[in-house]
Design a binder for this molecule. Sequence first.
Ligand code: HEC
Ligand code: HEC
Ligand code: HEC
Ligand code: HEC
Ligand code: HEC
Ligand code: HEC
Ligand code: HEC
Ligand code: HEC
Ligand code: HEC
Ligand code: HEC
Ligand code: HEC
Ligand code: HEC
Length: 305
Amino acid sequence: MKSVKKGTIVFSVIAIAALLLVAVGCDKSAVPTPAGTEEAAATDIAKKEVEKIGLYDIRPQPLHSAAQCAQCHIGVFDRIKDVGGKHQIECVDCHTQFHMFNPKKRPYETVIPQCETCHGVFHGEGTIEAPLVDCDSCHTDPHAPLIIPGAVLSNNACKSCHTKETKQITDNVSRHTTEVACADCHHVKHGYIPQCNECHESHSPEYAMDDNACMGCHPVHMPTKITYSKKDTPNLVCAGCHTQAYDLLQNNYTKHTDVKCSDCHAAHKKIPLCSECHGMPHSKRMLQDTKCGDCHGIAHNLPVN
Ligand code: HEC
Ligand code: HEC
Ligand code: HEC
Ligand code: HEC
Ligand code: HEC
Ligand code: HEC
Ligand code: HEC
Ligand code: HEC
Ligand code: HEC
Ligand code: HEC
Ligand code: HEC
Ligand code: HEC
């Protein structure tokens, strides 16, 4: 990081003055006296420096680099450095005027940079009722343009950019549609992904689950569309709600005890037919007037003969 110290300008002037002093000392007649030019002025100053370097005998340069601004505005500088993203440009590119604010003569609004100066195209145009014109209602800090507090964004705003997720959540009505706003979950800041346990306890605490496991059954934007994998769904998750079925299978050991819940119940609430796995195990005559269950009880508790 290039760093320009406060004294640099003053120092340079002194240095020039010193050089000129040497020149003057060598050959007074060789010093030209061009009138009305920058050099003349500098020479004039330099001459005065011969006697004494006066406090005001300098030509200050305007502040221009971020490093200079940072000498006083270290907070703003650090913020841009850390989270300014593509706004890591010179302060004065935006602040073409600064230190002009005067509560009586120049209202604050007239000295702050306008987004339109550099950003012509407003996004969101045409996708919702109104284009997103009020930039700072979302981009609340121009020094951190992508840190957008979740709370400032309404469902309508989200909709203008995230049509896919919005459609999914409104087409599959659940209590995540009716009772929770997008920004209730995606709070803190734009893009934040919530944890289920911020709002829910597990219904199956016997089996530790991460959020991906929860979402394996509950796609979060349509949580009542329960789907689960036949292979990777442990019985203990089902047991959280179906204690009786689980206990029966555990307490009465049969070969069904080793079959997974999800193997028989391939989808939630689906009851399988015995024949899906066993075909026709007995003669037609034997099964004429009886059902499997008449002799074998229930699948969770096959009587052992
Ligand atoms: C992309 C444009 C942009 C850049 C780059 C930028 N600013 Fe700003 N700055 C603004 C805008 C817009 C505001 C007005 C924010 C408001 O108060 O609504 C502002 C406000 C300020 C303020 C007054 C409010 C505050 O936050 O303290 C200071 C001081 C300031 N900027 C300093 C700087 C400095 C120093 C730099 C460089 C290190 C810088 N800015 C870079 C756009 C910019
Ligand atoms: C020697 C200290 C100093 C330096 C260097 C400095 N500022 Fe400031 N600046 C201040 C002070 C003091 C204020 C008023 C208090 C405040 O808002 O923090 C101020 C206020 C501001 C403001 C808000 C009010 C207004 O009138 O614009 C902006 C914007 C700003 N500075 C930008 C800059 C930029 C850009 C630079 C570098 C090009 C810079 N400052 C360099 C001290 C400094
Ligand atoms: C002096 C010009 C300038 C001004 C004024 C300005 N920006 Fe930018 N902004 C830029 C540049 C340059 C980029 C990078 C653009 C690119 O790469 O496409 C940028 C990028 C951004 C980004 C994306 C940042 C990122 O890291 O991806 C946002 C958001 C943004 N600007 C918002 C604003 C808002 C809001 C305002 C008004 C408060 C504003 N800008 C004012 C120059 C400016
Ligand atoms: C309703 C909220 C909202 C409003 C209003 C809004 N923006 Fe944005 N803007 C966003 C969000 C959210 C992003 C995406 C940020 C990300 O990529 O994480 C974004 C991204 C950007 C980007 C970078 C990505 C891109 O599309 O190029 C720029 C530049 C930008 N906004 C500028 C502006 C300007 C200028 C205005 C005002 C004319 C404005 N925004 C108004 C919410 C808003
Ligand atoms: C102006 C357009 C815009 C608006 C308004 C907007 N977003 Fe985004 N959002 C984006 C863009 C662009 C990205 C992609 C950023 C990236 O890939 O880094 C994004 C990314 C996201 C992500 C994904 C982050 C990740 O890690 O993948 C989530 C979640 C998100 N937005 C939620 C929301 C919610 C909720 C709202 C409303 C409260 C909203 N957004 C409003 C443009 C917007
Ligand atoms: C109940 C909490 C909750 C609600 C309500 C919610 N989301 Fe999400 N959203 C999440 C979670 C959790 C993820 C992460 C999903 C994943 O990892 O598969 C996510 C992911 C996203 C993503 C990123 C998708 C991707 O593929 O990366 C976007 C964009 C998004 N949500 C937008 C929205 C919008 C817009 C709304 C409102 C219409 C909304 N969300 C409502 C919890 C929620
Ligand atoms: C910001 C809070 C919040 C977060 C985060 C959240 N939910 Fe919810 N969820 C709710 C609320 C509120 C309800 C409705 C009341 C209830 O059932 O507790 C709900 C309801 C549900 C329902 C029942 C839906 C219905 O219509 O009956 C399921 C399933 C659900 N959430 C799963 C999840 C999963 C999985 C996650 C994580 C990916 C998650 N939730 C994250 C707040 C949240
Ligand atoms: C094996 C699939 C499965 C997994 C994994 C799963 N759930 Fe569920 N969840 C369900 C079923 C089935 C229901 C009951 C749906 C009904 O009532 O018809 C349910 C209901 C819910 C409900 C509604 C309220 C209630 O308790 O009845 C919430 C909230 C919920 N689950 C959150 C979670 C969370 C959080 C996780 C992760 C810790 C999770 N679920 C993991 C299948 C699962
Ligand atoms: C969060 C609680 C919950 C979880 C976890 C859960 N279920 Fe359910 N299950 C229910 C509810 C509630 C019903 C509806 C009960 C009713 O209609 O009487 C149900 C119904 C069923 C039915 C149909 C019952 C009937 O009488 O027709 C079967 C079969 C079933 N679940 C199997 C499973 C399997 C297998 C798993 C694990 C992959 C599982 N459930 C996980 C809550 C849950
Ligand atoms: C998802 C497949 C599946 C379904 C559906 C199914 N079974 Fe089975 N069943 C099995 C498997 C696997 C075995 C063990 C076979 C073996 O080891 O030879 C078995 C074994 C049995 C046995 C022998 C038990 C023992 O411990 O010796 C009986 C009796 C039986 N099943 C009856 C039924 C009845 C009655 C139904 C319907 C209510 C049914 N099954 C549904 C998979 C299934
Ligand atoms: C009239 C009574 C009766 C009916 C009805 C009946 N079974 Fe059986 N089943 C038996 C008897 C008895 C056995 C032999 C038990 C033993 O060997 O322990 C048996 C054995 C079985 C076995 C184990 C075979 C083996 O090789 O270990 C399966 C599987 C089975 N039955 C499935 C079914 C299915 C599926 C149905 C319905 C389609 C059904 N049974 C209907 C009485 C019946
Ligand atoms: C071998 C296949 C099979 C296995 C394994 C199995 N079920 Fe079932 N389940 C059935 C059948 C078949 C029925 C219908 C009743 C009957 O005919 O036995 C049923 C009924 C149910 C019912 C509704 C009636 C009741 O008993 O409450 C629930 C809930 C249920 N099963 C949950 C589970 C759970 C949870 C597991 C794992 C712990 C499981 N099942 C394992 C085949 C199976």
